[in-house]
Design a protein around this ligand. Structure first.
Ligand code: GTP
Ligand code: SPV
Ligand code: MN
Length: 601
């Protein structure tokens, strides 16, 4: 077994083993052999079902406990010393009290289980932008997922050396086993979930859930909640953004980052097949971007992850062929449905559903039964390197220079298809007022509109008002000409009958083309009270049979709608109190003045 030479790490592992009292300790080496033995362990335990090897080699199907299907924002805590540091958007607990409480929960919590130590790197091993985390977990499911989602193993320990510069991530499913007690396929602790972050000591402690961002601690917990604090302190950005590479027919290249809330289209945009002829889109990342200024004054982004943990329902050869092609082998499927021939299925994968399935709750399913076969937050875990449109430079330790950033969300009304910010400050304003209809990625009521600034509402590890100020500072300290241009987009505008007005998916390349051409100083835009909008002519709609009325609505400035929204924006802003940057209040007042002037005409 891998030996731990790092003294800080060895002591921590020893202490945690003494606290959690596992039957054994396993330090992960990141090898294929380790992955295989782990999947076999789970097949034997009934957690995994091996899929039909002829259809989907080396892939596994997994169903979670119905009480453990999504991120739990209600039980997610920022335990900074001062409550004011966590701000109004986070749940806060005193770090000493939380530690004490968690100590009680962790005492003996790994009885009958193995304690796994997962050394992992977020970002290419050894890149100056990358960072190291060590996750201790009692879940082999987490080990397998971390193998795919991050760079795991001995090489990470080699880079770490004797340094104590790593994020301590402690995780348990919170279900110890008595000596004679049989395990269940998906152990968790339905009544006791805590996803806790200690930003001052750069620690994460998670208890009771084995699912997604609750348990794969490199993802939202480290790469966003802890990293956003590091980024604030060190002058960079840790964002909930995809990164894509766009190449024009003339082989010019621009890189674009985009922040949409959970289940609002990042994975789809990141690896789409563009419908505009001659243009190429390749993927760098689909969920998280870490961005630092290069010596040339431009902002460079890396994808800290190594895999995709993607929303399964709705993924099809029509909507996202490159995702399906990535999933051809070596993948894990959680809370999808199982077909009679040992493959997986979910709503939207095919026009016609299979005649019979076993649903995610292990019940027989037929198309007539009236239930969904897959959970709406069913997910696939798959290696990024298998994506047919992964950009060759996706692991470049330098990162890629970002030309444009998009913000967006699900908005049935008011927000047009695309708006260009008038300046960096105006762009920060647009990011700060983002709102979206809630999805199944987090527990709670789906469809409700909520403000989700920068798609970071559940992921910002400190006071959101300070986060806005950090964004403004980043802009103020940079050469304006080298900063990315900022856009606000909305693929989800609906007709009064509730139909999407925009085809979305590959056709979003039409908006990207406009963005690209704006970055190149071409393409027309009209100045409106809310920002610059594409003219109908500037948007390439060739080959798209879109009713003219749709185009008009998509590119319309709904002045009354925006005016009606001002009170809710003001209320949103008021919640940040004195920490709301004055510049943003000014932006809001200016918007109001411009809208009122437009009404008077
Ligand atoms: P997280 O992994 O939770 O952060 O989600 P994400 O932002 O990567 O969202 P994803 O791309 O997985 O899309 C979520 C859902 O939105 C899927 O069911 C998609 O089919 C759907 N979707 C994505 N893009 C579009 C679009 O352009 N138009 C419409 N109508 N639906 C879309
Ligand atoms: C999200 O919810 O934004 C995700 C999935 O990307 S999870 O890993 O569960 O956070
Ligand atoms: Mn996400």
């Amino acid at each position: 077994m891998t030996e731990i030479r790092n003294r800080t790490l060895a002591t921590w592992v020893k202490d945690m083993a003494a606290l959690c009292t596992p039957d054994s300790v396993h330090v992960c080496d990141g090898s294929q052999q380790e992955y295989d033995s782990m999947t076999q362990l789970m097949v034997d335990a009934g957690t995994f079902i091996r899929l039909n090897d002829a259809l989907r080699p080396n892939s596994f199907f997994c169903r979670s406990d119905p009480a453990d299907v999504a991120r739990v924002e209600e039980f997610t805590f920022i335990c900074s010393k001062k409550q004011a540091e966590a701000g109004p958007t986070n749940n806060w607990r005193d770090p000493d009290e939380m530690r004490q409480h968690l100590n009680g929960l962790f005492r003996g919590c790994m009885c009958g289980r193995t304690l796994f130590v997962i050394p992992y790197s977020m970002g290419p091993i050894g890149s100056h932008i990358s960072k190291i985390g060590i996750e201790i977990t009692d879940s082999p499911y987490v080990v397998c997922n971390m193998h795919i989602m991050t760079r795991v193993g001995t090489a990470v320990l080699d880079v770490l050396g004797d340094s104590s510069d790593f994020v301590k991530c402690l995780h348990s499913v919170g279900m110890p086993l008595e000596p004679s007690q049989a395990d269940v396929p998906w152990p968790c602790n339905a009544n006791n979930k805590y996803i806790t972050h200690f930003p001052e000591t750069r620690e994460i402690i998670s208890f009771g859930s084995g699912y997604g961002g609750n348990a794969l601690l490199g993802k939202k917990c480290f790469s966003l909640r802890i990293a956003s604090v590091l980024a604030r302190d060190e002058g960079w950005l840790a964002e909930h953004m995809l990164i894509l590479k766009m190449t024009s027919p003339k082989s010019e290249v621009h890189y674009v980052a985009a922040a949409f809330p959970s289940a609002c289209g990042k994975t789809n945009l990141a690896m789409m097949n563009p419908t505009v002829p001659g243009w190429k889109i390749e993927c760098i990342g689909d969920d998280i971007a870490w961005m630092k200024f290069g010596k040339d004054g431009r902002l460079y982004a890396i994808n800290p992850e190594a895999g995709f943990f993607g929303v399964a329902p709705g993924t099809s050869m029509q909507s996202n062929p490159n995702a399906l092609l990535t999933l051809g082998a070596n993948s894990i499927f959680t809370n999808c449905a199982l077909t009679p021939d040992g493959d997986i299925w979910w709503e939207g994968m095919t026009d016609e559903p299979p005649c019979s399935l076993v649903d995610w709750l292990r019940r027989p399913w037929t198309p007539a039964c009236g239930r969904k076969a897959a959970h709406p937050n069913a997910r696939f875990t798959t290696p990024a390197r298998q994506c047919p449109v992964i950009a060759p430079e996706w692991q470049d330790p330098k990162g890629v220079p970002i030309s444009a950033m998009l913000f967006g969300g699900r908005r049935g009304g008011v927000v047009p298809l695309a708006t260009e910010a008038l300046s960096w400050q105006h762009g920060v304003f647009l990011g700060s007022i983002m709102a979206s209809e809630k999805t199944a990625a987090a527990a709670g009521k789906v469809g409700e509109l909520r403000r989700d600034p920068f798609a970071m509402l559940p992921f910002c590890g400190y006071h959101m008002g300070d986060y806005f100020a950090h964004w403004l500072r980043i802009g103020a300290g940079a050469d304006a000409a080298k900063l990315p241009k900022i856009y606000y987009v909305n693929w989800f505008r609906r007709s009064p009958e509730g139909k999407f007005l925009w085809p979305g998916f590959g056709d979003n390349s039409r908006v990207l083309k406009w963005v690209f051409e704006r970055c190149a100083g071409k393409a027309e835009a009209v100045e409106t009270p809310i920002g610059r909008l594409p003219t109908a002519k500037a948007l390439d709609l060739t080959g798209l049979k879109l009713p003219e009325q749709n185009v008009r609505t998509l590119l319309d400035v709904d002045t009354q709608g925006w005016l009606a929204e001002l009170p809710s924006i003001r209320e949103h802003y008021d919640s940040f109190g004195a920490r709301l940057p004055a510049a943003l209040k000014t932006e809001l007042e200016t918007l109001e003045r411009r809208l009122k002037a437009a009404v008077k005409g």
